[in-house]
Design a protein around this ligand. Sequence first.
Ligand code: NZQ
Ligand code: ZN
Length: 391
Amino acid sequence: MENFIFHSPTKFVFGKDTEIEVGDLLNSYGAKKVLIHYGTGSIKRSGLFDRVIESLKEARIDFVELGGVVPNPRDDLVYEGIDLCKKENVDFVLAVGGGSAIDSAKAIAAGAKYDGDFWDFYDRKAKIEDALKIGVILTLPAAGSEGSASAVITNTDRMLKRGLNSSYYRPTFSIINPELTYTLPTYQTSAGVVDMMGHIFERYFTNSKNTLFVDRLAEGTLVSIMEAGKKLMNEPTNYEARSIICWAGTIAHNGFFGVGREEDWTSHRLEHELSALLDVTHGAGLAVIYPAYMKYTLNNHIKRYKRFAEKLFNINPEGKTDKEVAEAGIKALENFYESIDMPTRFAGINASEKDIPKLLKKLEENGGKSFGQFEKLTIEDAKKIYQLACE
Ligand code: NZQ
Ligand code: ZN
């Protein structure tokens, strides 16, 4: 195991009815004025919004609200949120929703404590040195933002989707009630499953040595996510299955599986360009990228992909070469994605080969000409991976 620091200071409050504790929790952290930040309506339709307001009123906490966060959250609402926080002396931002509402809340929390343009952080012209406290009520297990140090925002003028890591982005608390996810459309549940698996893949596919202990934890978690994801196709209100993907989705991206190893993140980079250009659902985009990425990098990492095939999909190695076992694993992953109604090719996300030059241009603008840890890649390699995802 390589040296590491693991610091995940978020308090996680998990289980049925936990959202009604939000007022008391905010009080325990000394919140005086809260910004409630949310998406485009699901929390109002489900009644969650009313329960949150009631809990804040009971706890005598003052609040303002700002809804309207769209998937692949945009900078314009972040600016609006920052102005509101400054004007209203907000000291705590409460995100109620999925990754998009949480990421937008994080950027607002940092921007509210900064005199310049918050995008300076995303352009790496400035570093976050302070932020308002952040609380979360999670409604969609996917991005893992409820426990992660990241927030991904789209700059609409420049058509750039960028992620940023900061310890200030770790939420102070996150409330996770699996029942709040019952109302999710199947597409979002499945996209969430793909995304959280992806957060483990980005760490599992590593060149670091002596990673067996965490590899085994990762494999067990991936198998559990797949089992629960399949169950939810027919039983969307199965509490245990919802619980598994809620907690697995959180630990998938709070750093737990990244300890003692080098992480990759190539597939996420390739996908972020798809979401930025075509407003694709992040998890659906990943279901298209991962099989292509794996096929492209297979030859240099046969042992690793063989292990993945055996541990995740019980591929029987008898009578097969190592490469055949590895290929069967990648095929099994594709089959799994398809079994939960996820696309695995460009056509399934309304993309086509014609989009590739634009994707490559943005990829270079965002991250330069070479990238990747597990496999060092160039823009020309990225082109081939996108092409494989079209076939
Ligand atoms: O806007 P509302 O009405 O709430 O509807 C949302 C939205 O349309 C809906 N939804 C959420 N909870 C629901 C619900 N509908 C019914 N019932 C519920 N309980 O689902 C739709 C998608 O929501 P969104 O928040 O966009 O999804 P997700 O959680 O997948 O977040 C995606 C964003 O997170 C970023 C992605 O790039 C993308 O922008 N990521 C953030 C990361 C991080 N901060 O650490 C890491 C990830 O890799 C990812 O990049
Ligand atoms: Zn992701």
